[in-house]
Design a protein around this ligand. Structure first.
Ligand SMILES: C[S@@+](CC[C@H](N)C(=O)[O-])C[C@H]1O[C@@H](n2cnc3c(N)ncnc32)[C@H](O)[C@@H]1O
Ligand SMILES: [Zn+2]
Length: 357
């Protein structure tokens, strides 16, 4: 064990290497997503929270110390984790009335139907087995955070695993990070929809993991209509909402992705407020997110340039040219070498092929 600090929390964490087999789990590479979570929950004003996969308790403790949450339930199925959670609560002098500890399977806990203003699903690998029952723990207008570390499946590398877990057909694309975020949102939406609930993404992450935090509301899901099939051309990177078999740009054969969420992956107004209230490092990502257009899916400029046998254009110049032609265009926080635009493949290809002229 070693003692560290994260945000306003002090923590005992295991000092051995991070493997699934280590007794409890602490990953400093996840600090950024915890910082974003703290800032989102503080903005949303959630008063109670459930940390069902608590590990060291870092998230629950930070929610109490930094996010204005008054009461947290910290749960983990592992006895070693619960021992550490207790130790960390004492270390942070958290008063007994602010927390409850439980050592159950998270799904069992959800099925008790006690509802919370914020629930965070942060598992090893895929969150799918928790998504099926988390609805029972969600209050009206609550927040839900979901992390997935099975990135290869979500991003199009392991298509069979993606279909098994999430029921979405995927393939290799030039937008793997947006694909992963959208598969995850699709799965959250479809699971919540079976309980007559809906989900509105507020902020999305794509790193070595995928994560989405969003608002849950009760009532029939109007968003389901934005879950669609998408056609993708692996030769020229053309993409179209709907099912098409021949690429209208290069006449190549199109592959099919979906059914997948084509709506917003973040809420720009919320991201602007988040940016104003964000006191941690990593602000640039939130800044990009706040300025990002909603149109799905980004174009990877390196891959586009490669297929056009030219060199990648300068990002800012290309955005300027797209806007001058009347298109929407922005960068994306998901991939720094990519552009988001509502311009089709033909229009963007012409601009890239024209190069530095
Ligand atoms: C990735 S860690 C959680 C990390 C933590 N949320 C953080 O921010 O540092 C996953 C934790 O889930 C626990 N876990 C795995 N399956 C579980 C289950 N079915 N119910 C409850 N806890 C479970 C593991 O013991 C482990 O501590
Ligand atoms: Zn094509």
């Amino acid at each position: 064990m070693k003692k560290i600090a994260e945000g306003k929390a002090k923590l005992y964490v295991p000092d051995e290497s991070l493997t699934k087999d280590s007794e409890t789990f602490y990953n400093s590479a996840m600090e950024h997503q915890r910082n974003v979570t703290i800032a989102c929950v503080r903005l949303a004003g959630s008063k109670d929270a459930l940390d069902p996969l608590a590990a060291t308790g870092v998230r629950g403790i930070r929610l109490l110390k930094e996010a204005g949450v008054a009461k947290v339930v910290l749960n983990d199925v592992s006895p070693a984790a619960i021992k550490l959670v207790r130790r960390n609560l004492v270390l942070n002098k958290i008063k007994k009335s602010s927390y409850e500890i439980s050592r159950k399977d998270a799904n069992e806990l959800f099925l008790e139907k006690r509802r919370y203003n914020f629930v965070d699903i942060d598992p090893f690998g895929s969150p799918i087995k928790f998504l099926r029952s988390v609805s029972y723990a969600l209050r009206k207008d609550s927040l839900l955070g979901v992390t997935a570390t099975d990135s290869g499946a979500l991003a199009g590398k392991f298509a069979d695993a993606c279909f098994r877990r999430y029921g979405v057909f995927v393939c290799a694309t030039d937008f793997p990070k947006e694909l992963g975020v959208r598969v995850l949102i699709t799965s959250i939406l479809k699971n919540l929809a079976t309980h007559e609930m809906t989900f509105e993404p507020l902020y999305s992450h794509a790193n070595h993991y995928f994560r989405v935090i969003g608002r849950v509301s009760y009532g029939p899901d109007k968003n389901v209509s934005k879950i669609k099939m998408v056609s993708y051309c692996p030769q020229c990177h053309n993409r179209k909402i709907g099912v098409e078999s021949v690429c209208d740009n290069c006449k190549g054969e199109m592959k099919h992705i979906g059914p997948i969420w084509t709506g917003k992956i973040h809420d720009s107004e919320f991201c602007k407020k988040l940016l104003e209230n964000f006191e941690f490092s990593g602000k640039r990502e939130i800044e990009l997110s706040a300025a990002e257009i909603d149109h799905p899916f980004y174009y990877d400029l390196h891959m586009l340039a490669q297929s056009l046998k030219t060199s990648p254009p300068r990002m800012e110049k290309l955005i300027e040219k797209l806007r001058a032609k009347g298109f929407e265009a922005s960068r994306t926080h998901l991939e720094l070498r990519a552009v988001k635009t509502n311009a089709g493949i033909k229009a963007i290809s012409v601009l890239i092929a024209a190069g530095k002229k």
